[in-house]
Design a protein around this ligand. Structure first.
Ligand SMILES: C[S@@+](CC[C@H](N)C(=O)[O-])C[C@H]1O[C@@H](n2cnc3c(N)ncnc32)[C@H](O)[C@@H]1O
Length: 439
């Protein structure tokens, strides 16, 4: 697939400054235009995630993905600085030219985007997959775990920026929708008490300081996206006796956004019971609270059963050892006798599984596959990908342990896509109303 890439003066290195070193990466595409494969460029420019906070690679790949001058502006200087390390003097252009960049990755960004979004706490890009499928263009990504960054880059050709707490909100491009599944933390009252003792009044926004939700707050406050989509474990609602959720709702109100929270289950899209609190918001400054938003209707029956996501041939290494299987059975029996806990979970092939968690790599106990004549086995990473609704061509470039953590932390992609469709419908509908009323 060839992405028409308008090379402006900052990209002239392809043809001028870097020509000696890079020109061999330029090939002719079918229609006889010059093109550069991302995979070639990746090798030449050493785009390889090896450690966290490779900000230079994040800037470069975000720059390559930018399609407007405004977006490019956020990443250009840092991207050029990085390129300078490959060649002396990336100079001003002599003229403008146009080279298609061939995104030979599994999930290239849409060529004609319908809306823009940012992907916070991006993990391996579950939201991005769904949002790209409906025409969304991601203009900024943050994820600090470098194993997750590696998976993200392999699939989307973009290295996420690292620790969100260190990113200035002014350095994030404008976007229509802010998306993020943030880690849940209690809100400390320490900061608030201090403010009280200083005789200063505080709002709920203040109460979020020092948490990762606060980072979402400050980005929303500065960038005013038209809408946001946040996701968390269902327990967020009851966390800290309801205080956490109360602070979140009030902070969102203080930000002047209308709030739509709802618990949704991924089981209508994949054979997995996975309940999550989905929080959608719309900017009241923009919509005046008159947007028409409804959550997607869930299909009546799960479309798949566990059997449908299983691989036909599975390596023996996924079969539990006698020692582990024995331990899990004894542990379950002990807890059953004490009247608590579920112990391990052997799946029913015709049913759905329990929730895949980030700790699945430890013993796989929550989702075990019975096997004839031998101990049960755990899911393979590919089966975990399927259980979260990931397409078959999703690349898993990391160890099994990292892959389990990544899929366990991720989202049921098709569910997020459906919620994305509902949000996008609202944005479109409001746009049409606005056009009508202004003619
Ligand atoms: C629940 S997971 C989200 C997974 C994601 N929705 C997906 O589809 O894969 C939360 C992610 O936030 C990341 N994270 C935690 N603290 C962070 C920080 N300060 N800056 C950037 N990412 C962070 C974690 O590494 C983790 O991958």
């Amino acid at each position: 697939m060839t992405l028409e890439f308008h090379v402006d003066y900052s990209l002239h290195f392809f043809t001028f400054g870097m020509s000696r070193k890079i020109i061999s990466g330029i090939a002719f595409s079918k229609d006889h235009k010059m093109s550069i494969k991302y995979s070639e460029l990746k090798k030449k420019l050493k785009i390889e995630v090896k450690k966290p906070e490779q900000t230079e690679l994040a800037n470069l790949t975000h720059f390559l993905h930018s399609i407007t001058e405004e977006q490019r502006g956020y990443y250009k200087n840092a991207a050029l600085d990085y390129l300078e390390s490959f060649v002396d003097g990336v100079e001003e252009p002599i003229y403008q030219t146009k080279i298609p960049l061939e995104w030979d990755i599994p999930f290239p960004a849409p060529q004609k985007p319908k809306f823009t979004f940012i992907d916070l706490f991006a993990g391996i890009g579950g939201f991005r997959l769904g949002f790209q499928e409906i025409g969304g263009k991601c203009v900024f990504t943050s994820e600090w775990n470098h194993y997750a960054q590696k998976t993200y880059e392999a699939n989307f050709g973009e290295v996420p920026f690292g620790d969100i707490t260190k990113i200035n909100e002014s350095d994030i491009p404008d976007h229509d929708i802010l998306v993020g599944g943030f880690p849940c933390q209690p809100f400390s009252i320490a900061g608030v008490s201090k403010k009280n003792s200083l005789g200063r009044t505080h709002g709920f926004l203040d109460e979020t300081q020092g948490t990762l939700f606060f980072d979402i707050v400050r980005i929303i406050q500065k960038k005013r996206p038209k809408a946001f989509l946040l996701e968390n474990v269902k327990n967020l609602v009851s966390h800290d006796m309801g205080n956490t959720f109360r602070v979140i709702s009030n902070a969102i109100d203080e930000l002047r956004y209308t709030f739509y929270p709802m618990v949704l289950d991924g089981k209508y899209f994949v054979p997995q019971h996975r309940e999550r609190i989905i929080m959608v918001g719309f900017d009241r400054d923009h919509f005046k609270g008159k947007e028409e938003f409804i959550f997607p209707k869930m299909p009546q029956f799960p479309p798949m059963v566990v059997e449908d996501i299983l691989e036909k041939v599975v390596d023996e290494k996924y079969t539990l050892s006698d020692k582990l299987w024995d331990y899990l059975q004894r542990y379950a029996a002990k807890h059953k006798a004490a009247g608590n806990g579920f112990g391990f979970g052997l799946v029913n092939f015709d049913g759905i599984s329990r929730t895949l968690s980030a700790r699945y790599y430890k013993d796989g106990s929550e989702i075990l596959i019975p096997q004839e004549g031998k101990n049960p086995r755990r899911l393979t990473p590919r089966e975990c990908a399927r259980l979260q609704g990931y397409p078959e061509n999703f690349i898993i470039p990391v160890s099994d342990t990292q892959a389990y953590k990544q899929f366990g932390n991720s989202v049921v992609m098709p569910l997020m896509k459906e919620v994305g469709i509902s949000i996008f419908k609202t944005l479109k509908f409001e746009e049409k109303k606005h056009v009508k009323s202004s003619v």
